[in-house]
Write a protein that binds this ligand. Structure first.
Ligand code: 0X9
Ligand code: ZN
Length: 322
């Protein structure tokens, strides 16, 4: 059950297949972004309003991916909960129909499956962040996929050229099959995608580009902030403490992120990195940063439910623009 467990890679793909064949509140089709380095199939689903047959109109898209960082388990869990809510409407939420009326949703819940599986292997590998590629002229494995995208790619800005670093940017942009898969997937949707969210944890931030440079020109900053605030206001009204800001300013400068690439290279102007729960101010996290990635599975449901309310508000604000 996606509301109370962290699924493993095969279970995620089984879940997506089951959603495709049994969805009740929407029509769902499965597709693949391609294979990971170790050969895992990286799936996504397209969720559309139920039709009685006949051809569908191509709507604008809300595009969501998750799991680019292996250890951030709540991110894939959140993506699966979004799929679950749209496909089955388990809470009889009257807003679900509205969410599917104007836009279609495309969700890829686990885009770094090798890293994700490795983080499930043992308590010693639980905090793995990167991909699992080899051949970096080093005994160390993996690249930080969120330093590997080809927009302002620069290991010196919040990344590293050391293959043993957790923030290794790779030998060149898109050196990883995982980021190349996302690049092609996003590129194919660039004209229809109006909102892109790449889910991470933790800290409770809604971050917007550019992570490579706080001062890079963004004519649409007012709208970026407004749409992000629609989300944060809902979450904060539920007692969470989210902050909204430019990622380089609010968090730290880091080049080569998926969010920057989507906006800067593909022109998907509303592009965000939500950093899900727990908050950076959580006392447990303050004593030990690592526990931030180890959100107990019993907390999945409340995070998913609160975050979903915020996402609906955000989506509505985007719908208003079209
Ligand atoms: O450092 C990251 O990649 C993200 N934070 S995390 O703790 N989940 O690793 C923030 C990415 C923000 N976006 C860019 N810097 N482009
Ligand atoms: Zn992350």
């Amino acid at each position: 059950d996606v509301t109370n467990t962290y699924l493993k890679h095969n279970e995620i793909n089984d879940f997506l297949a089951r959603v495709q064949s049994t969805a009740t509140a929407a029509d769902v089709t499965m597709g693949s972004l391609g294979q990971s380095f170790e050969g895992r199939d990286t799936q996504y689903v397209t969720i559309t309003q139920k039709t009685a047959g006949g051809t569908k109109r191509d709507k604008y898209l809300i595009v969501i991916d998750a799991g680019i960082h292996a250890r951030e388990w709540i991110a894939p869990a959140m993506a699966l909960n979004i799929i679950n809510k749209l496909a089955f409407n388990p809470d009889n939420d009257t807003d679900v129909a509205e969410m599917l009326e104007k836009f279609d949703w495309v969700v890829a819940p686990s885009i770094n499956p090798d890293g994700y599986e490795y983080s499930h292997e043992s308590r010693y590998t639980r905090l793995w962040r990167k991909t699992r590629t080899t051949k970096h002229h080093s005994y160390c494995r993996g690249v930080d996929p969120n330093r590997n995208f080809g927009f302002d790619w620069n290991p010196a800005v919040g990344g590293s050229s050391d293959p043993c670093s957790d923030i290794y940017a790779g030998p060149r942009a898109f050196s990883e099959p995982e980021t190349e898969n996302v690049r092609q997937w996003l590129t194919n949707m660039r004209n229809r995608a109006k909102l892109y969210l790449t889910l991470h944890a933790y800290g409770q931030y809604m971050l917007y580009p550019y992570g490579s440079d706080e001062n890079r020109r963004r004519e649409d900053e007012d709208l970026l902030v407004e749409v992000a605030n629609a989300f944060a206001n809902v979450l904060n009204s539920k007692g969470r403490r989210y902050s909204v800001g430019n990622s380089a300013g609010l968090l730290y400068p880091a080049a080569g992120g998926a969010d920057d690439y989507a906006k800067g290279e593909l022109g998907i102007s509303l592009s965000y990195t939500p950093e899900l729960a727990p908050g950076a101010d959580d006392p447990k996290v303050q004593t030990d940063w690592r526990v931030g990635f180890m959100l107990p599975k019993r907390k999945i449901k409340s995070v998913a439910d609160d975050t979903w309310e915020g996402l609906k508000a955000m989506a509505r604000r985007v719908f208003d623009e079209y």
